[in-house]
Design a protein around this ligand. Structure first.
Ligand SMILES: Cc1ncc(C[n+]2csc(CCOP(=O)(O)OP(=O)(O)O)c2C)c(N)n1
Length: 342
């Protein structure tokens, strides 16, 4: 079931609505969603583990809790569609077909990383699968995606550009300028706001004076949707309609996915700005936990789910070993590939 822009004002309402869409997805598809969401989570949990042991430097922003948004939307994309991400982008890359061994290697500064170990977590780029980068500048990916959408329009293909960003990014000028341009030029772009309720420690309710961020798309006459971001099948259905609309009509769309990050903003965040009760409440709605329950109700037995988890754990372990064996990027690479002539 799909929900056009409504007066939705609470996340609990979104949750109820999202449930109605489960019947639209078949068991096989739900299992694939489950596998991919679990892969993203286990991969990020391993990154957390590496940080805790001092085996990774810098910082990283996990999407633990938000996996359903990346997976539900990317399931509607073709390889030659474009995805542009934010600082919280591992899940978007994996959902677009990214290889976890190359992401591990990138984070470790190894030569086999997606950007030869020079980019790290906030500059992950995989052009060969249409992934045009994570972006450390809040709102920075939105105009890039809008430019890509313009190039699609000029080339007259049926591709779409999808850009993921957080609630905080909707207060940036880049967001408003991009929505305006996309609207007046009829660009084939899907704007996806992952409203996880906080921009760092700032609650969305204190930073914006509206109930739903999707309202902002109305100001630019862009068709928009609100969906429960904890329900992967709801996200899939909504984005399926939005992406078909973009391809057929060559016009932009906007989705606000109400979601939550179970983890802190980045690895060093003790989360003192939110209550344990709130965290517990959202954990109960966790996208992976709830899908697991639905699969069990649908008759998919627990042993099979345990096997899936075991297989993914092995895959993550192998990917890590691969990246550990990879060589550190040689110093002379620092100046290579940074400037393209012509
Ligand atoms: C232009 C800019 N301003 C501030 C920052 C610091 N910063 C990094 S992430 C972040 C919060 C972003 O919140 P949101 O857009 O909601 O994304 P989320 O982290 O919730 O996924 C801020 C303020 C930045 N990286 N870039």
């Amino acid at each position: 079931m799909i929900f056009l822009k409504t007066s939705l004002s609470t996340v609990s309402q979104a949750r109820l609505w999202g449930k109605a869409s489960v019947a639209n997805n078949n068991l096989e598809q739900l299992i694939e969603f489950y596998k991919l969401m679990l892969k993203i989570r286990l991969f990020e949990e391993k990154i957390d583990w590496l940080f805790s042991r001092g085996m990774l430097g810098g910082t990283s922003h996990m999407c633990i809790g938000q996996e359903a948004v990346a997976v539900g939307i990317s399931a509607n994309l073709n390889q030659d569609d474009y995805v542009i991400s934010s600082h919280r982008g591992h899940g978007h890359l994996i959902a677009k077909g990214g290889e976890i061994r190359k992401i591990f290697a990138e984070l470790m500064g190894k030569i086999d990383g997606y950007c030869y170990g020079k980019g790290g977590t906030q500059h992950l780029c995989a052009k060969e699968i249409g992934f045009y980068g994570t972006n450390g500048i809040v709102g920075g990916g939105i105009p890039v995606a809008t430019g890509i959408a313009l190039s699609i329009k000029l080339r007259k293909t049926r591709q779409v550009a999808v850009v993921f960003f957080g609630d905080g990014a909707t207060n940036q000028g880049t967001f408003h300028e991009s929505l305006n341009i996309a609207s007046i030029w009829n660009l084939p772009i899907l704007f996806v706001c992952e409203n996880n309720l906080y921009g760092m420690s700032a609650p969305v309710g204190k930073m914006t004076n509206i109930d739903d961020l999707a309202q902002r798309a109305d100001a630019y006459n862009i068709k928009n949707y609100i969906v429960d971001g904890m329900d992967v099948s709801g996200v899939f259905d909504v984005s399926n309609e939005a992406i078909s609309y973009i391809r057929d009509r060559q016009q932009p769309c906007f989705i606000e996915a109400k979601t939550y990050r179970h983890c802190g903003h980045s690895k060093s965040d003790p989360k003192v700005y939110r209550t344990k009760d709130e965290e517990k409440c959202w954990l109960e709605k966790d996208c992976i936990g709830s899908l697991k329950k639905r699969l069990a109700v649908a008759g998919f037995d627990v042993e099979k789910m345990d096997k899936i988890k075991g297989d993914i754990e092995r895959e993550v372990g192998d990917a890590l070993k691969f990246s550990e064996k990879s060589e550190f990027t040689p110093q002379h690479f620092a100046l290579e590939g940074v400037y393209k002539d012509g």
